[in-house]
Structures are given as C-alpha cells and as structure tokens.
Design a protein around this ligand. Structure first.
Ligand SMILES: [Mg+2]
Length: 476
C-alpha cells in the first residue's frame, strides 16, 4: 500500500445483533435470555402491531431476521424458522417486528440507529450504510491524539476487546513494540483504534448498545475486519497484514464484488480468491474488463480503496417494500395498486417526518419490481428486476400510488414484457430520493412525534442547514 493511503483512518462500525438489542432495551424481561427478532408472517393475519404492543410469540414459525448471541450459542441462526430455532433452543424468545401498512415497520430500529450515529459523529465523519452499520473517518481525531501523545500511541482501554490482524497472541505485543518496529501509518492507526474504543464505550454508556468495529486505512479493509471479532470487540488492520488477510479470501467477500461482477470475475478467470486476483496480470484484466475496471480491480485485490467516507447521517433516500412469495404473488394491476397504496402511506408518513426534522423534500419517485421472467413459450425462465422513475409530484400516498402504478403499467407495455400473468411482481419497492432543501417557511410546524424524531438529529446537520440558509443559497 502506498504511503499516501496510510494517512487515513477509516472504520466500519457494526452494531451487534442490533434488532435484538433494541428489543431487549424495550423489554428488560428479555435480557440474558436467548432471543431473536422474526419477520411477521406474510401468509397470516396482517393486522398492525405497534411497537408498544406485546410482540413475543414463542410458538410462531416466523423467519428470524436477527438472532441474539445467547441464542447463537445454542445453534440458532439467522433465516431459521421458529420451529427449527426451538429445536436448537426450546427456551427461545421470539419477538415479532412491529407491523403497519401490512408490512414490517422498522421505525424503532431506524431511530435507535440514528442515536448511535449521533454519538459516533462527535469525533468522526460518519456515513450511515444501513440501519445498524456505518463507516466513519476518524483521521482528524487520530491525528489530534497522535500529536498529544508525542508519538507514543497507547493501547485502548479494554485491551481484551481489541485485536490486531496477524497478531494471534493478542494486541499487546503489537502495541508494545520497540519504536524502530513501527511502520508507516501504524501510530496513527493505533491512535484511531483508541478513539474508536472510546466511541464504542460512549455508545454503551449512553445508550446501552454494544457494537463491533474494524479499524483500517480504507473502507474495504474496515468492513472485512468489523466481523472478525464480535460482539463488543474491534479489529485493527495494519497495512502489513493486508496481503495475508486477502490471500485466501473468497472474491465475493470483498465489499464491491459480492454480486454478479464478482461471479463474472471468478468464472472468466477461473479463480476463487482475492490473492489469485492480485496475481492476475493486469493485461489479462484489461483484455476482459477494460482499462478502467482492470486498474480498479487490481488495486482492490491489493487492498487499496480510495472511496471516501462521506458525511451522511441522514439517509439518501426513503424507501419501503414488500415481498409477495408463492401464493401471495400479485396477479392483477388492482392488487399492485392496492399494495402501492399501502407503501405510499408509509412513505407519506416518513416524508412528513423527514420534512419537519430535516427541512427537505424528495423529488424523485422510483418503483422497483422483482418479477418472474417468462421464456419464448411463456414458461418460467427465472427472476429479473426492473426500476422505473418519475418526478415525485406530491408527497401524498394516493398520488404516489397512482404515479407508481402508471410506471408499472408503462413498463408492462414495453417490449421486455412477456406473458403478463406470469410476470407480475414478486416484490415491490418504492423509493424517494434527490432531496431538495426547503426554506424554513416551507416546513410545517412539527407534531410532538416529529419533534421527538427531530431531537435525534445530529447537531452537525442542523448547523449545516443553518449555514446553508444564512448563506442565502436556498431556493424556495
Ligand atoms: Mg449488525
């Protein structure tokens, strides 16, 4: 890795079994017990179950979307059904996600994740990656600490929670090396690791949530490391450990190569590991993938990634979706319209809350669909997906549903559409993005619930918005 890549400290923070942690905090009777959060039963009754209503259904056969560590120790895994989980762990506590609009309602987890982000943002640039994960750039704080400690980086508190890649005997040996053994960027990395340990401790002290982290010089390595030691631990990746870390790593485990592109690389080069990719001559990569992708892939295989952490504590888009499996598959436009209406209602509520809290309004509406693909003879050939977008005319459920339906209809009228009855969506998702800043007079008075939501917003964002308006750049 070039020296210029070593002066950035990037961290991937992943909350441990987060949905379960949120539920345990809401219901102390769950603490210490094997517990899991399960999806609602899509074939059963679809009544709304609010977060505060009883949601423990221990005889349910729902599918697990999060499994606590006590249950994992008993052999329960994610995606298991209730029946199977009980076989491994008869005392398993099964909490169902709240539901509204005929689908899972993740608001309590989303809001709790935002509180964590607010703490992490205190000493870092924070980019939210999902409800329970984010990337942070902690370079400035690491530099400050490095200057303050006169080059003598201290082992973070709770050394048993800190690991260094390639140091099987523990982190102490790495931290306590003689001065001449420290490589370029390693002291900054050590100071970054200490800052992350403090942030994790603050999250635990203030919110009671535990999280794990990967501390490295870039996003791909940080993401790889955060899952190495869990829960409530962190793993540091010194540049010197990169090659051995990546050598036997299956290609799909790299952040950007988990999808079709990763598969294409493996099949066309007949290789499986990142180490093999690193050894592939660049000329061969260029012949297959073009110059730009080849250069990027080569760097990636060496563990180099220049993707920056962008300050983003607010989600880029608001989206919600619903899957229709097997017998619940949609067969008519009326059915599609019905569900678009439900999704539209959820979006309308979330747009309203977001508008009051963050003075912004999305401008683009996208509908995405997973659907069956029929062959020339009308037989089942596989699954595909399609997305269509239009301007978001009004942030209201009825308009959203009407416009989304028009997009679906237009799509089905196109040449790619075959055998209509076989190909209506198995999954529909609505998404709003491309937010426009609102002038204060365009922001409605917040309701009590929205005010509570707004109090979760990071001060940094509020400041940014104020500066934005005082600079007079806002266009109503
Ligand atoms: Mg997690």
């Amino acid at each position: 890795m070039e020296d210029s890549h070593l002066n950035r400290i990037v961290v991937h923070v992943d909350l441990d079994a987060f949905y379960v942690q949120v539920e345990v905090q809401r219901d102390e009777s769950l603490r210490g017990k094997p517990a899991g959060v399960m999806q609602y039963n899509p074939f059963g009754d679809l009544r709304t179950i609010k977060p505060e209503e009883p949601r423990i259904f221990n005889d349910s056969n729902g599918s697990l979307i999060a499994v606590g560590y006590e249950a994992r120790a008993a052999g329960v895994k994610r995606n298991m059904r209730g029946d199977e989980a009980r076989k491994h762990c008869p005392e398993m506590q099964l909490v169902q996600v709240p539901t509204s609009h005929g689908k899972a309602d993740l608001t309590i987890y989303r809001n709790s994740g935002l509180k964590v982000v607010n703490i992490l943002s205190r000493t870092s640039i924070c980019e939210r990656a999902s409800i329970d994960e984010c990337y942070i750039d902690i370079t400035a704080e690491a530099q400050r600490r490095l200057a303050a400690c006169a080059g003598q980086a201290l082992l973070p508190v709770s050394p048993h929670q800190v690991h260094v890649c390639g140091q099987e005997d523990g982190a102490e040996g790495w931290w306590n090396r003689p001065a001449e053994d420290w490589g370029s960027g390693e002291r900054l990395l050590a100071c970054g690791a200490a800052a992350v340990a403090d942030l994790r401790a603050a999250v635990f002290a203030e919110l009671g949530y535990t999280c794990s982290a990967g501390v490295a010089h870039n996003k791909i390595l940080a993401k790889l490391a955060s899952g190495m030691h869990k829960p409530m631990q962190q793993t540091v990746v010194p540049a010197a450990a990169t090659a051995s870390l990546l050598h036997d790593l299956p290609i799909p485990k790299l952040r950007q190569l988990g999808g079709k592109f990763g598969e294409e690389i493996m099949s066309s080069l007949k290789i499986n590991t990142v180490g093999e990719l690193a050894q592939t001559p660049i000329s061969k990569l260029e012949a297959l993938f073009g110059d730009a992708d080849a250069a990027w892939l080569h760097q990636l295989a060496l563990g180099c990634d220049t993707d920056e952490v962008k300050q983003r504590t607010l989600p880029k888009s608001l989206s919600c979706g619903k899957t229709f499996r097997g017998a619940s598959a949609l067969h008519t436009f009326d059915a599609v319209h019905h569900w678009l209406g439900h999704l539209g209602l959820e979006l309308e509520e979330r747009i309203d809350t977001d508008r009051a809290a963050n003075a912004r309004l999305p401008q683009l509406l996208t509908v995405s669909m997973w659907h069956a693909v029929a062959g020339k003879t009308g037989d089942w050939k596989g699954a595909g997906n399609a997305s269509r977008s239009c301007p978001l005319r009004r942030p209201q459920a009825a308009t959203i549903a009407m416009d989304a339906l028009a997009l679906v209809r237009r799509w089905t009228a196109g040449p790619s559409w075959l055998a209509f009855h076989h190909t209506l969506p198995g999954c529909v998702q609505l998404c709003c993005c491309s937010h426009r800043r609102l002038h204060p007079h365009q922001v409605p008075e917040a309701t009590a619930a929205q005010q509570q939501q707004a109090s979760l917003q990071p001060p940094l964002q509020c400041l940014a918005a104020q500066q934005y308006f005082s600079a007079g750049r806002a266009t109503p």
